[in-house]
Design a protein around this ligand. Structure first.
Ligand code: VGL
Ligand code: ZN
Length: 196
């Protein structure tokens, strides 16, 4: 069985959103067209409380995109985004979600960011995604969505570690920073990941 993981295709990551990914909207028709080729389609959703500590707004005097240390982990300070229940956290209206069998939310713990759909950044808590995929007899996982250099990359790396044959669908993802993504893709492929 193969599975498609659609990562964080949410309004705040689209060009009008609060943490806009350049050309993020262009992945939507591509992802809609890909879904029929998979036995299982799941989605992740970044889902932060308003006072999440990954937000620069929670650190007086800090600048956007500055790196700080939070509970022993490096943390980029983002603009407020994907706040639980707000329009920015909703899936893009044009995304076809009819075939999505389960949605895995992440980033709810105020002190801990979560780029991967499988684990928080400290690998302290699982979302249950790996167990779900195994239960559905999935062996091959393809990852798409936003943003390529953060949540797509870390989801794909954790998928490899969990033992799934894993590929990143490069035509169905866009990066916050294309240079960062190129470096991370090399790391992914060095670990046995497929660039599709
Ligand atoms: C993401 C930064 C912060 C992502 C989520 O979906 O790639 N990036 N939260
Ligand atoms: Zn986030």
């Amino acid at each position: 069985m193969n599975a498609l993981i659609i990562v964080d295709v949410q309004n705040d990551f689209l060009p009008q959103g609060r943490l806009a990914v350049p050309e993020g909207d262009l992945v939507i028709p591509v992802i809609n067209g890909l879904q029929a080729g998979y036995d299982l389609v799941v989605a992740t959703q970044d889902w932060h409380p308003a006072n999440h500590l990954s937000f620069a707004s929670q650190h007086p005097g800090a600048s956007l995109f500055e790196k700080i240390e939070l509970d022993g982990l490096e943390q980029v300070l983002w603009p407020d985004h994907c706040i639980q229940g707000t329009p920015g956290a909703a899936f893009a209206e044009m995304l076809d979600t009819r075939s999505v069998s389960a949605i895995f939310r992440k980033g709810m713990d105020t002190r801990l960011d979560s780029y991967s759909g499988f684990f928080d950044n400290g690998h302290r808590k699982s979302t249950g995604l790996a167990a779900y995929l195994r239960d559905m007899a999935v062996s091959e996982v393809h990852v798409c969505g936003l943003a390529a250099d953060f949540c797509v990359f870390f989801t794909a790396m954790d998928s490899l570690t969990a033992g799934f044959h894993t590929g990143i669908l490069t035509a169905a993802t866009k990066a916050i920073d294309a240079g960062t993504f190129a470096e991370k893709l090399q790391r992914f492929s060095a670990q046995g990941g497929k660039i599709l």
